[in-house]
Design a protein around this ligand. Sequence first.
Ligand code: FAQ
Length: 346
Amino acid sequence: MNDYTSGMYTQALDLPDPSQRALQPVSPRADAHTAELQSRFDARIDAQGKIEPQDWMPEAYRKTLVRQISQHAHSEIVGMLPEGNWISRAPSLKRKAILLAKVQDEGGHGLYLYSAAETLGTSRDQMLDALHSGKAKYSSIFNYPTLTWADVGVIGWLVDGAAIMNQVPICRCSYGPYARAMIRICKEESFHQRQGFESLMTLMKGTPAQREMVQDAVNRWWWPVLAMFGPPDADSPNSAQGMRWGIKRISNDELRQKFVDATVPQAQILGVTLPDPELQWNEERQQHAFGAIDWDDFWAVVNGNGPCNKERLATRVKAHEDGRWVREAALAHARKQRSRAMKEAA
Ligand code: FAQ
């Protein structure tokens, strides 16, 4: 039971609703008004319509969106770090320019997403405080190290590939600002995925040592990428309600399966082996069967104990502190302009 499962959907989920026990209506009139707003909201969700910032929405819907969108924004911003480490070591000017553009795109995605979350009444400062104090989550995948240049290609191919698989359905999310932000993000992620594949293809056409480097990177990233889709549906506390509200459109397990099915032929074209002896085509199910994911490792990483959690958070906090003077200067400039405009108007 969690606090996202309040309201009428708890009936559909067959869960008790604690809010109904704890809260009494202010007055019968207020209660009737809320019921009317709720029923309009439900009708719009059922009709696949969009909810906009000025619309009434249940508090639990707002809270779930702030949780998911802010986690997503944090992932984009922290996701800049593993690749950012390679900007100064890219093997050519062309690769450096591509990587700079990609890392900058991720920063842009973070900004659209923080803006989308701000429309729900939570400030960017509040969200950043939650990230920097270690309270907020961000994607598990960014807590693994980038040991060689091949890791940068593998992040593009597999991590961006998984991100697209997960994020294309969010373009149809019921919350308008989130859905619209995702359209541009997905277009850019698609470019990122292709540049990663192309970079790996170049390495695979190179020396035996370069091919080995790619295989080693694929071996290290494959399983964490599969875990990135989130826990199995049966252990995913937010899924049923998220799907009912049209925030999530496809479940964690279904997306993971689609990703495996799409990636196996790409691995064959590249000439790499995916490190799973149980991975094979299942004729009956018309999809690939694959081995068991190490969920203990996933939860250790999510709970702050992955190989790079501490380093990532420390780097992020330092970047925020280093940028403090820029924010303060911009605010001071805005104040000066405002007071000048007021003097001129007087
Ligand atoms: N890492 O009940 P569910 C990118 C948490 S962006 C950490 O299934 P839900 C771009 C989950 O928050 C990548 N925590 O949760 C890029 C929940 O905890 P809570 C990020 C995870 O929300 C590429 C608990 O487990 N993408 O890659 C993870 O229904 C390359 C139970 O889970 C998004 O954020 C995880 N992997 O489903 C940048 C997409 N998985 O909050 C740079 C939007 C689950 O109750 C380079 N988000 N948890 O305390 C989503 O689609 C969903 O939020 C899920 C999780 C699918 C991530």
